[in-house]
Design a protein around this ligand. Structure first.
Ligand code: BG6
Length: 511
């Protein structure tokens, strides 16, 4: 082959799409909700966008008595129902040809031998080159068994330098239940896979709007000079959901909102918002800055004043009567698992000393919204009469992660008229208006990065451990309380969360 770059596909041209090379994705837990609603549709969407190689193959592994055709049918239904891009028969047919199913139990060495044979055959028939990514979309208690079987069957070997192809493993949160179990889990996976082959998924990092936090901060000059304690009064990070736990009682009870969302998504948002500029966008440089800021996070001493949690009771949502958490199927009547959690954190460094970061998340709240809001200090002096500025709040910069993706700047403006009345107004940037292309789903981006082997959007173990160090004392404090406050479904969360803010003379942004 000639070394001359093809002028039509010069890899130096950054405008060309990043395309995965020949590979097999092995999906464990293919019958689960995540596979059906997110992973299978994302794979189709990638194929539809032309980002998968022609021989790309997908192998499903599960405890089901299925053949290839059954697997294709399940995947077809998932794609029809949940894919982001339009259904195209030709794309589907091509993708389905590369779909295979291997039935088996996680503790059956024979099943893993069959898997090894299946991927080898794909290498020969579809040119996948011995490049395998193993996606463990299964409860973490099965990780030790599966990684051990991957090793025993020879599937885990190979290396990332390209000899005999790459071997990567993808794991989903929860990365442990606390610091101790996170370390153990990591040791288990590390016994078989080196750190650079482990891709930990925090799907928030796959969202365009979350990546845009770095673009906003470090590709512009006007924000960074005010992004510090000299101008920012406090920061609010919110992930509110209107849904309940749905059919996930088995996963959720005993985990709760803080472990489910704060330990990963919200602390990652905090890290991206508060970190210093990385030297480059390489995985190492980004991780180093995130780890640095996470190690400066301090949980206030008096946790009774700095945390709030609660559980949703029945109520009305969108005109429909909904059950309380304790009435949900599969939840024990005496469960004290929180479905809402709020914490106030401090960051002990020169940029943020004295600027509290308030994090909150909850289910069955009035509205679905995820955002990061920087609330700025009040103007030091207002040369206007008090009555003219009654409706003036503090300036704010809000990065809206979802559902209505964009950025809002709130500032005071003169009300048209003959007096100097001033009121807050919003200036909005909306993704949908500025860009014609709709944003890919987080899992499209993350799956593509796994196949390409591009790690910056995947948290490293150090970040996982630092996040547990922040959360562990809070969980321990909560575990000592006998009862948990109830809040009405469809509302704004427990009163104690409002009191937490009120004690500091502040209020949560309206949901
Ligand atoms: C998951 C949590 O990580 O994120 C769920 O386990 C939550 O409880 C979900 O519903 C929300 O994701 P998104 O992308 O809809 O904000």
């Amino acid at each position: 082959m000639s070394d001359t770059p093809n002028p039509l596909r010069d890899p130096r041209d950054k405008r060309l799409p990043r395309v995965a090379g020949p590979s097999v994705l092995v999906l464990f837990g293919v019958t689960g909700d995540l596979s059906r609603k997110k992973l299978l549709p994302a794979i189709y969407d990638l194929a539809n966008r032309g980002l998968l190689p022609p021989g790309f193959s997908l192998v499903g592994f599960a405890r089901r008595d299925w053949d290839h055709q059954d697997f294709r049918q399940i995947a077809y239904e998932a794609v029809k129902q949940h894919a982001r891009t339009p259904f195209r028969e030709d794309v589907w047919t091509h993708l389905a040809e590369g779909m295979h199913f291997v039935p088996g139990e996680f503790d059956d060495p024979g099943a893993f031998e069959a898997l090894a044979m299946a991927v080898k055959e794909l290498d020969e028939s579809r040119g996948t080159g011995g490049n395998y990514a193993f996606y463990l979309s299964i409860p973490p208690k099965f990780f030790p068994q599966v990684v051990e079987q991957l090793q025993r069957s020879g599937l885990a070997h190979g290396d990332d330098a390209g000899h005999e192809g790459f071997r990567r493993v993808v794991i989903e949160k929860p990365f442990g239940h606390d610091l101790k179990s996170a370390v153990e889990l990591n040791d288990t996976v590390h016994r078989v896979f080196p750190e650079e082959s482990i891709f930990r998924i925090d799907h928030y990092l796959g969202k365009e709007t979350v990546q845009n936090i770095l673009a906003l901060r470090f590709a512009n000059t006007m924000f960074e000079p005010i992004w510090n304690r000299g101008f920012v009064d406090h920061v609010q990070i919110t992930m509110a959901e209107d849904i309940g736990i749905g059919g996930r009682a088995g996963y959720y009870d005993g985990i709760g909102a803080a472990r489910d969302v704060i330990q990963n998504h919200l602390l990652q948002l905090l890290a991206l918002t508060a970190m210093e500029e990385p030297t480059s966008f390489s995985a190492e440089a980004v991780r180093a800055e995130k780890a640095k800021v996470l190690s400066s996070v301090r949980v206030p001493e008096d946790l009774s004043l700095a945390t709030a949690h609660g559980q949703y009771s029945s109520g009305w949502q969108g005109g429909v009567r909904v059950k309380g958490y304790l009435e949900e199927d599969g939840i024990p009547a005496d469960s004290r698992t929180e479905t809402y959690a709020a914490v106030k954190l401090e960051i002990d460094n020169r940029r943020w000393a004295g600027v509290p970061f308030y994090l909150r998340t909850g289910k069955r709240l009035s509205r679905r919204v995820s955002e990061v809001a920087l609330i700025f200090q009040k103007a030091p002096h207002l040369p206007f009469s008090l009555t003219d500025t009654e409706e003036l709040g503090q300036n704010a910069l809000v990065m809206r992660v979802q559902p209505d993706e964009g950025i809002t700047v709130r500032f005071g403006s003169k009300v048209p008229g003959t007096s100097m009345e001033i009121r807050d107004v919003n200036m909005d940037f909306a993704y949908g208006e500025s860009f014609t292309e709709s944003s890919p789903e987080a899992y499209e981006r993350l799956l593509l990065d796994v196949l390409i082997g591009d790690p910056p959007l995947f948290p490293r173990q150090e970040e996982v451990e630092l996040s547990w160090k922040i959360l562990d004392p809070i969980e321990e404090y909560w575990s000592g309380s006998r009862r948990i406050e109830q809040y009405k479904s469809g509302g704004y969360g427990p009163d104690s969360a409002d009191e937490l803010m009120a004690r500091d003379g502040r209020a949560w942004r309206r949901l």
